[in-house]
Design a binder for this molecule. Structure first.
Ligand code: GUN
Length: 294
């Protein structure tokens, strides 16, 4: 089968982290993560709960703040300042996107860069661009790169096309894949909604990464025979045949694209579990740096 089992790879990473966390706890350094959600978006609520649950399963210290949608920016900043000072908290994450009255850039810049386990703070964005190993790398790009490495997909010399230029996925992923070394050395093209002739650009890809947030946008005509396809999209669409009335699909039209691929990630069970595993990894990294544990 040509499926990349993100769930299984994430489980392997989590079980390695569990050992590390046990050792850190034995030294009285339990890694701690604070997750903040403002508002009641159901998808964000599901993500935040899943992050919190994974922390508990790993024996990490976890605090979850679910704040009402009307929470002011000043209140949110006060909470972040408190968490910046809290020695039990090594990682702080504010679920994106926040409600419209909150300026996300201001909020991200209030987070101590040493606790910015999302890798969204300008200090970490710059460190990633510079190739500084102390950077926090955004979790979804890190998860995509790790999926490729764990699946023995050669990135060196490969033509990678990334569909989407977001600060959460497309831009940082481009930087990672063009870095020197394992999981890097790729020839990266970043394409987006304004690119001319997207299918033609994508057909040039040995590795195609879809991160545009449009359900089943990537059809068979975008994909070269034998390509590796990573689907970052998580879109809920109406489906009257389901009891819930909806189902999750990626940015790739899986049924028609999968037969052409050497390897492809499913949705769900592909990139999603890897994002959470990388968040846990980043929090352990933050804890180690805080306590100067090599
Ligand atoms: N929203 C979608 N992906 C992410 C992520 O990786 N981190 C945060 N904080 N919000 C998100």
């Amino acid at each position: 089968m040509n499926l990349i089992d993100g769930k299984a790879i994430a489980q392997k990473i989590l079980s390695e982290l569990r050992t590390e966390i046990t050792e850190l706890r034995a030294r009285d350094f339990p890694p701690g993560l604070a997750v903040i959600l403002v508002g009641e978006d159901p998808a964000s609520q599901a993500y935040v709960r899943s992050k919190d649950r994974t922390c508990h399963e790993l024996g990490m210290h976890s605090v979850k703040f679910e704040l009402r949608a009307s929470t002011s920016q000043a209140e949110l900043l006060t909470l972040i300042h408190q968490l910046n000072q809290d020695p039990a908290i090594h990682g702080i994450l504010v679920q994106s996107p926040p409600p419209a009255h909150i300026d996300e850039a201001t909020v991200i810049q209030a987070i101590d860069p040493r606790k910015d386990v999302d890798g969204f703070h300008p200090v970490n964005v710059a460190k990633v661009a510079l190739g500084d190993p102390s950077a926090f790398v955004p979790c979804t790009p890190l998860g995509c790169q790790r999926l490729l490495v764990e699946s023995n997909v050669q990135t060196a010399g490969a033509n990678v096309v990334i569909l989407g230029r977001s600060m959460i996925v497309g831009k940082p992923l481009a930087l990672l894949l063009m870095q020197k070394g394992l999981g890097g050395d790729a020839t990266v093209t970043v394409a987006h909604s304004r690119s001319r002739d997207l299918p033609a650009i994508c057909r040039n890809a040995d590795i195609l990464i879809a991160a545009i947030g449009r359900p089943e946008f990537v059809t068979a005509d975008f994909v070269r025979e034998g390509a590796v396809v990573i689907d970052v999209g998580i879109n809920r669409i109406a489906d009257a045949t389901k009891q819930s009335g909806s189902r999750l699909v990626g940015d790739v039209a899986f049924a028609e694209v999968a037969p052409k691929c050497r390897l492809i990630t499913p949705v769900p069970g592909g990139v999603g579990p890897m994002t959470i595993a990388m968040l846990m990894r980043n929090t352990v990294q933050a804890c180690r740096a805080f306590h100067t544990v090599a």
